[in-house]
Design a binder for this molecule. Structure first.
Ligand code: SAM
Length: 333
């Protein structure tokens, strides 16, 4: 437990949750996130080392951060990820380490990650048909993702979620099959509204398939849903239970129902910049301190500065909304 003042912003939001991007590289090219060709990835020397990430997390944990999520890019393309998980799991105060992955390399790595101390996995799965998968990811890989899901189940991860980005005209026909698949597999399905974070700048408001619309489709096709309890007020998803008792489903609705007022998340990008929001246009440079002789006190001050500057909301719907220069894969989803 931390003895220091927690990370409180000007609205009283206490930050205990850190998303760490371990790479901007990815093995697929989802159109809502990445460019299709000629991606300019960060040079390897610009990416934080495991030692640097570990030191940053140790300082953040001393300020009350207790939950981590490893993300990217695709975190499983970073070699030796289980080693990083083990280092982070050993940090005092960190009790939960989750991973967000596209699942393509999960079959090979699930056991090692579990043994290293990973507690939860979210696997992104937008489609169950090869054709739609390829239309979105612009690469093959559905069979690998399904194998990854099986591997995660086999090695005993208790909490496995499936995440699907919902996009009008693209993933609508997948919604009900995905919900049924998750029910059959005993997994939790979460639908995420499409956000303006695509590298190709094609996002349009009318492409957003809202959580409410998806809920209606699922209720009409499967069975009714009832609101589930909300154990963690800062969780981004609103969860529902199927009234036949077979499973739960969640909706992350950042566009139609922003949840910024309960946000407790900070982000560390692969090149070591701290962000207080996905949509932030400002970043705080932790790498400069990590590599330039900065003390833990300096890092503490930088994290506090970043938290204090957090805006009340992401502002997607405001007239002066400015899309961040970075796309999702460069920030860490
Ligand atoms: N590669 C990993 C994966 O696919 O899960 C981790 C990184 S990915 C950026 C994290 C999550 O962000 C994925 O579930 C992805 O579908 C989601 N995502 C990416 N771009 C998005 C966008 N523009 N709107 C909503 N969700 C997005």
């Amino acid at each position: 437990m931390s003895n220091l003042e927690p990370l409180v912003d000007s609205l009283g939001r206490i930050h205990t949750n850190l998303r760490v991007s371990v790479t901007d590289r990815c093995n697929i090219r989802c159109f809502y996130c990445m460019p299709n060709e000629n991606v300019q990835f960060l040079p390897r020397r610009d990416i934080l080392t495991f030692e640097e990430i570990e030191r940053f997390v140790r300082v953040a944990a001393s300020l009350g951060v207790n939950k981590l999520r490893l993300t990217g890019g695709e975190p499983l393309v970073r070699s030796g990820l289980p080693e990083l998980v083990a280092r982070l799991a050993a940090i005092e105060g960190i009790y939960d380490i989750a991973l967000t992955t596209n699942g393509i390399l999960l079959e090979e790595q699930a056991h090692a990650l579990k043994d290293a101390g990973l507690t939860r996995i979210n696997i992104s799965l937008d489609a169950l048909t090869e054709e739609t998968f390829r239309k979105i990811a612009r690469r093959d890989g559905l069979d690998r993702v399904l194998a990854g899901i099986t591997a995660a189940k086999t090695c005993g991860f208790k909490k496995i979620r499936l995440n699907a980005v919902a996009i009008k005209g693209v993933t609508e026909p997948e919604v009900v099959p995905l919900a049924n698949f998750a029910r059959e597999q005993g997994l939790e399905m979460r639908f995420i509204e499409f956000m303006p974070l695509d590298a190709e700048n094609n996002w349009q408001h009318d492409q957003v398939l809202s959580g409410e619309e998806i809920r209606r489709q699922i209720e009409a096709a499967i069975t009714s849903l009832e609101a589930a309890e909300r154990p963690d007020p800062s969780q981004p998803a609103t969860d529902f239970r199927f009234t036949d008792g077979r499973g739960t489903i969640g909706f992350i609705n950042p566009v139609t129902q922003p949840f910024c007022e309960d946000c407790n998340r900070l982000r560390l990008t692969a090149e070591g910049r701290i962000r207080n929001c996905l949509f932030s246009t400002v970043e705080w440079d932790a790498r400069a301190l990590l590599r330039g002789g900065g003390t833990d006190k300096d890092l503490t001050q930088l994290i506090r500065d970043c938290v204090r500057a957090k805006k009340p909301g992401h502002g997607i719907d405001s007239a002066d909304f400015q899309k961040p220069e970075k796309a999702m894969y460069q920030i860490g989803g």
